[in-house]
Design a binder for this molecule. Structure first.
Ligand code: BTN
Length: 252
């Protein structure tokens, strides 16, 4: 494990990323934080060059090629209530969007609730987990991959493949953390309205016909937006409904 001072890559925060530990290999950066939670301060970042059991949402595996993907988790120990914790995925998404669009000549979209897309393919995913009153935000960004394995090549994209621009992963991380801290504090001070607007300006699912698996229910309809609670607004055949969580599939 090495400790790196991210200031040399442009970090300009007061707490996010002030402690940064990079491992050669871990099973999962989210799980590492859980195992060492009591020793860590809020804002700690754990990153790994490779994960053996990278976790995605809904029990999926997160694929990440060594060194080309940016894989990290942020620990937040701020006594968040469950509503605040559930909104953090959106704060993370909008900070990823802002950082990527500043570094690269590209326009990313946010796929509710936790993915960053370029041209109908995923470039980044977020997995937030509450653990012993702390929040762990895991992020995987496909930065410099030049290709993907056959089983995911139709759904995965990298920033390099989309722009032909290779970038140091710690530059991407540092700029993301600058935005993340700023937006997170803004959200805690002022609420969700401004963040919601930023998300809706870059809303991948807008007016798309989708099916959504939410618990045991399957909903179909056209996405119209997201309300102040972060719920997806879905126009079904006979009414508008709001969905708090779920796995969205776009119907072609
Ligand atoms: C998803 O899109 O399903 C979420 C993917 C989150 C992957 C990241 S990689 C770093 C962190 N550690 C994990 O085990 N998962 C997250």
């Amino acid at each position: 494990m090495i400790k790196i001072d991210l200031k040399q890559y442009g970090l300009d925060t007061s707490w996010a990323g002030q402690n940064f530990m990079l491992f050669d290999e871990l099973e999962s950066t989210n799980d590492y934080i859980k195992q060492h939670l009591s020793r860590m301060k809020s804002g700690q970042i754990i990153s790994a060059r490779y994960q053996e059991k990278g976790k995605g949402r809904n029990g999926n595996i997160w694929h990440g090629e060594k060194d080309t993907a940016l894989l990290f988790s942020i620990l937040i120990k701020r006594g968040l209530n469950s509503k605040q914790a559930s909104k953090t995925v959106f704060i993370t998404a909008i900070a990823l969007h802002a950082a990527i669009n500043e570094i690269y000549d590209v326009k990313t979209k946010i796929k509710w609730p936790n993915d960053i897309f370029i041209k109908d393919k995923k470039v980044a995913g977020i997995l937030t987990e509450m653990y012993e009153h702390s929040l762990i935000i895991g992020v995987g960004i496909n930065v410099n991959q030049k290709s993907f394995p056959d089983e995911i090549k139709d759904i995965a994209n990298s920033l390099y493949l989309s722009t032909n621009h290779g970038e140091n992963i710690f530059v991407v991380l540092s700029l993301f953390l600058n935005y993340f801290e700023k937006y997170f504090e803004l959200y805690l001070e002022q609420g969700f309205l401004e963040m919601r607007e930023k998300i809706l300006e870059n809303f991948y699912l807008k007016d798309k016909t989708v099916s959504i698996q939410s618990g045991n229910d399957l909903f179909k309809g056209v996405v119209r937006g997201m309300n102040e609670q972060g719920e997806l607004e879905l126009e079904t055949q006979n009414r508008v409904i709001y969905i708090p969580a779920g796995e969205v599939h776009v119907c072609l």
